[in-house]
Design a protein. Structure first.
Lengths: 227, 227
DNA sequence: AATTTATGTTTCAAGTGTGAAACAAAAGGA
DNA sequence: TCCTTTTGTTTCACACTTGAAACATAAATT
């Protein structure tokens, strides 16, 4: 078992392994080998063993892994056995959609509050979640023991909002604003930039090497200036 | 100007550059140097120049970049000057939320149709977008000239849905199902796995090295089995 | 007891992305 | 005309991730 610092790519794969195991468990399987797992879900068996080895020895030589056992370990490693309270800043379309996004509940997160600056929205409810004045952010965070913040405001406000979040002592932030925010100190920020993803698809559809689509225009690559 | 294949990380940065330029343009700036851009938005000037150089010579030595000019070039490179039609498969919470997500409209995408298998939902409308029977997928795609698909169904159906999508000739797919789908042939898939992002935050909050939080339990790392 | 199976672990090569450094070339200003 | 600025371009070193290979070790089976 190693003690080096663990890459985020590794923990991301742990999430995937856990889902695969849930799948197998639902099908009634009791054990699985790294090879079996790899073949079934298009993974790499050596990598599975390596990833798991960062955290302990969970397998049994000659047998493989006891699925229920490994699920419990991964659940604990990923912290999915502990509840967290989420505050969503920005009660616009995205924010309100996220407020009753079932993915939060599926994981160990529950949405405790929405925040907005718009006086018309404050006091209203989205599902069971109340919209609070952003001015009362720090108090409300304390009151509801919010430890995860979701940024769902326009890009121009994101940096300010992040500052408020970090000032309130929250250490985990998910940012949906289309601007990459950098973590300061021991705060973890996950940027989920849908705009970049969309524009990445747009680029793919438009790029000259995309011969099969009818989108291709000759000389689209020659965007060179001659002045 | 190079002709090598271009990394997705590069085009992702182009998206970011474009937003920064839009920012500057809104502030009335006319030109900007790679250094100025880098300092203002915490980027790397050498990388900016390198990224842009893949696509042409857009700058003016001794001056920098003419902002409007570069915006036009980036818009064209990213294909943001061409409209695309989006079909969303899965009219659940996420699917319907995405149906009127303003981010689509902000980019060059417009949502043309939702699809679902639930007979109760078919025929209803979400905003201006109608929900169609998934059985009529191929026809509807043709009818509305849909060229981008969004998968917003539970994980267990995602692979089947992807097959239908590729069979219909669509080349660009955004997958929100919590299972990484692999692209076949010349189909581009962007996986947006919110579950992984959430569990990544969960891991961060739970991990033993996170000394400041009160979540820490001694020996949490020693999940080693002795049997 | 011997064999088989599959983990745990190390090592290595290959590929990729990043960022610094250096420099020629072009444009504008003094 | 000379100098300054800044791009365009190459080169290099560094870091990181992946995936293959090899092998000792442990458990189960025959």
């Amino acid at each position: 078992m190693k003690v080096e610092k663990i890459s985020e790519l590794t923990t991301n794969r742990l999430s995937i392994y856990l889902r695969c195991l849930n799948d197998l468990a639902a099908q009634g399987a009791k054990t699985v080998s790294s090879d079996g797992l790899a073949k079934k879900f298009h993974l790499n068996s050596a990598q599975i063993r390596k990833d798991l080895a960062y955290f302990g020895e969970f397998g049994v030589r000659g047998v493989g892994y006891y699925i229920d056992d490994l699920r419990k370990h991964l659940t604990k490693i990923l912290g999915l056995d502990k509840k967290h309270c989420v505050g969503i800043i920005g009660a616009g379309r995205l924010g309100t959609a996220l407020a009753d996004y079932y993915g939060f509940a599926q994981s160990n997160f529950s949405v405790a509050a929405l925040f907005d600056a718009d006086q018309d929205k404050i006091g209203q409810k989205v599902g069971t979640v109340e919209i609070f004045d952003i001015k009362s952010f720090a108090e409300t965070v304390k009151k509801y023991k919010i430890d995860v913040a979701v940024i769902a405001v326009p890009a121009e406000f994101a940096q300010d909002v992040l500052e408020q979040i970090t000032n309130s002592g929250i250490k985990a932030v998910m940012n949906f604003a289309p601007i990459p925010l950098r973590a300061k100190g021991d705060v973890k920020i996950k940027n989920v930039d849908l705009t970049i993803s969309l524009e990445s698809l747009s680029y793919f559809l438009a790029k000259p090497s995309n011969k099969n689509g009818k989108i291709l225009k000759p000389n689209a690559a020659k965007s060179r200036i001659k002045q």
